[in-house]
Write a protein that binds this ligand. Structure first.
Ligand code: SAM
Length: 343
């Protein structure tokens, strides 16, 4: 899966274990699904998952990993992956924008992305199949990119992996049903009733559309005007989420907590986020019985790498390399025993 800030890659086993300990859960909504890692793991465990995110690339990841049924698509996916891997490069918008005007990818890989993306567009694939191929293409491009995992900038010196040849792989599909949605989380009341909801909002100012604008442009394939050194799509200028605002996040999260229709709410939050543990406790405690679990977690990739000046010289080290991820578990029916959730 792609490199993604705030991804719960390391936390997934804990989250699955936690859901397994909640009695009576079959349907789960992952309201801020990002890479869909969490939804994928829950689907694998047998839950009926709905994954939602307001960015288009995340919707395609969700349609691939949560909605698509492996039994239905695997043979076609394998055939298309093999066929598209044989396509020669054909430079176009992607190469011009992300290999020449900026340097996220080597031009030979940009030309392959252009050729494969045009082939996906030209085939008129069924929607789930299209999302699976777009996911395969995003992941292949991610393996040969030259960034630290966000697309606000590219590396001054090429990352060694950028010299590898782009190669599609079949994404790890799962058998069975699921659902992908692309809504604003504030509209969660319209998404229906679920046994449990997993709530993993952004927790600081970093805006996801801006951090992953290359993926947004690749899946939308609207070849938008771009601006700045990072070549961000122009709609990044207007992209807002109240969850990226220190002033608005409390009110926005409170709205979601009131509107969402589920017995259990599981909220992920970093101890470095805009809201503190006490803020979240007071937003949740009066709504049911609350348990708070804490997991030690490596910080985002930039923190692991250190602090550099614009010439690429290391000028500082980051104060700490680990943070704590907090999991707030609310049972609105007040029957779950707190101790039974410890891991
Ligand atoms: C912390 S990330 C989720 C990471 C995810 N759990 C994973 O493991 O990959 C937060 C996600 O919230 C999405 N998001 C931000 N504001 C939103 C909103 N108003 N409605 C729906 N999704 C939103 C972002 O696009 C981002 O993917």
């Amino acid at each position: 899966m792609i490199k993604y800030i705030g991804s719960k890659r390391k936390l997934v086993p804990h989250i699955v274990k936690l859901f397994d300990r909640l009695p009576g859960v079959h349907t789960v909504l992952d309201l801020f699904s990002g890479t869909s890692r969490v939804g994928h793991a829950l689907k694998e465990r047998g839950y009926l998952v709905t994954a939602n995110d307001h960015n288009r690339y995340a919707f395609h990841l969700a349609r691939c990993y949560v909605q698509a049924d492996r039994e239905r698509w695997q043979p076609q996916v394998d055939a298309l992956v093999a066929e598209f891997n044989r396509l020669p490069g054909r430079p176009g918008y992607f190469t011009e924008t992300f290999c020449q005007a900026s340097r996220y990818f080597q031009p030979h890989n940009g030309a392959r992305v252009d050729a494969i993306r045009e082939a996906i567009a030209g085939r008129g694939l069924e929607p789930e199949l299209e999302s699976i191929l777009l996911t395969s293409l995003m992941e292949a491009a991610d393996r040969v990119d030259s960034t630290v995992g966000v697309q606000m900038a590219y590396l001054k010196q090429w990352a060694p992996r950028a010299f590898n040849d782009l190669q599609l792989r079949s994404p790890e599909l799962l058998p069975g049903a699921g659902m992908a949605l692309q809504h604003d989380a504030l509209a969660c009341a319209d998404l229906g009733r679920f046994d449990a909801v997993y709530i993993d909002p952004p927790y600081n100012q970093h805006k996801y559309r801006n951090n992953y604008h290359v993926w947004e442009s690749l899946v939308c394939w609207d070849k938008p005007e771009v601006y700045g050194v990072a070549c961000k799509r122009v709609d990044c200028r207007d992209y807002e989420s109240p969850f990226n605002s220190k002033r608005q996040i409390g009110e926005a999260l409170a709205k979601v907590l009131s509107a969402v229709d589920a017995r259990y709410l599981v909220v992920s939050f970093s101890n470095e986020g805009y809201l503190h543990e006490e803020d979240l406790r007071s937003m949740l405690a009066h709504r049911g019985s609350l348990s708070v679990l804490s997991v030690d977690h490596p910080r985002y990739v930039g923190a692991q790498i250190g602090i550099y000046n614009p010439s690429g010289v290391k000028t500082g080290t980051v104060s700490h390399l680990r943070n704590r991820e907090l999991l707030f578990v609310l049972d609105r029916e007040r029957t779950v025993d707190q101790l039974s959730l410890r891991f």
